[in-house]
Design a binder for this molecule. Sequence first.
Ligand code: ASP
Length: 340
Amino acid sequence: MSKTKRKKILIIYTGGTIGMMKTRRGYTPQKEKFHQLLDAIPELKAEEMPDWEVVDMDPLLDSSNITVREWNAIGTVIAENHDRYDGFVVLHGTDTMAYTASALSFTLRNNSKPVILTGSQIPLCEIRNDARDNLITAMLVAANDWVHEVCLYFSGKLLRGNRSIKYSADDLIAFESPNYLPLAEAGIEIRYNSALLLPPCKGEFSLQILQEVPIGVIKVFPGIQFELFDSIMTERLKGIVIETFGAGNIPGSADALLPIIRKASDNGTIIIVCSQCPHGTVALGAYETSAALRDAGAVSGYDITTEAAVAKLYYLFSRGLNEEDIRARMERSLRGEITV
Ligand code: ASP
């Protein structure tokens, strides 16, 4: 009986708690020890598992230190190996995993292979850990034929990468996808929700390298003194994500914020309105308090996460699109990141 060919997975180890060890200055990522621990997991050599190889990023990082440069480096490893592997598992710290997953969902243009980010809340070196299960299931997901997109796998749930947020600093169920149901749930079996998955892309795969575009995020709060932000709203600022109340509302909009937003918009800054509520969508104009934002030239982020909005701004500016194109694409779903 002929055996079906095993899938080939490339594991890209970027750092994060999953491979950390305790030192006198707290947890830090380790290379050799992590490889020894991986080699000691018998399940990774089981017949049911795909073939795999690991490549380490240099330096290994706590993901709080991830920047656009590391997103480009991870994207480059995937692009250079895209034809040689069936899927990719990116081992990453949890703190910025949702940002990296969002960024890769845009920069890996026309990617149809599973790219699964995972990590853990407890390092693999600890007796009680969530690293082993997250890694094994992420590898099985990366070797399946259903997924054609960038996802985040954590604690039994496969989430669309650009829909995910880190939701808990200490629970093992650390991620949520508040506006999109999980793409798969790993119980006794891994059950894919095929109606939610993206179809394979038709175009040719390519990598978009990101530029360090000057962008910002402002979170609105009661009593916010908008004048303080006037000085950052210069022509240098290419884009700003405003985390508003509820469905896109801001306090006392007409007096304080409006002239500042208008000035930014006149300067060519793209203003994206997101909600502080993880669940639900921005509806500019539903209340008087949000109509002013729209009138001043802001763009609705609908139900986009701040993580995806930031990544999408980097991506669209790095493509060298003009202001009008960027505004139009911000209000459109590129890789399933918003419900319009
Ligand atoms: N600070 C760590 C990181 O993001 C947290 C984690 O991995 O869970 O790299």
